[in-house]
Design a binder for this molecule. Sequence first.
Ligand code: SF4
Length: 103
Amino acid sequence: MTDHRQTLVTQKLFSLLQEIEEVGEVPCSNFPDAFHPEPGNGGYQDTIWAKELCSKCPVLQSCRTYAIDAIEQSGIWGGLTPIERRKIRTTERNATKALYGNQ
Ligand code: SF4
């Protein structure tokens, strides 16, 4: 990650933490294990449940944007699994290449 990109990601994390502080509490604070489901150990149900909780979270958009940009490798962030976030990054990267070419 370039220094510039790292700075942007750090700013997004700071903004996310600030938003969480402003709203007081977010659903994942009370159920941290559900947001890091383990495959084959009730993980699928935990994933569904975590996504449902995220859908009601007041900081969903900031959380999602941060996790995508930070390339968070595990856990449910902003209602998305690591695979879903990877697909979004790939789509964004392909769209950028289509617009600007390989720079
Ligand atoms: S959107 Fe982010 S902060 Fe909100 S519950 Fe989901 S993981 Fe937690």
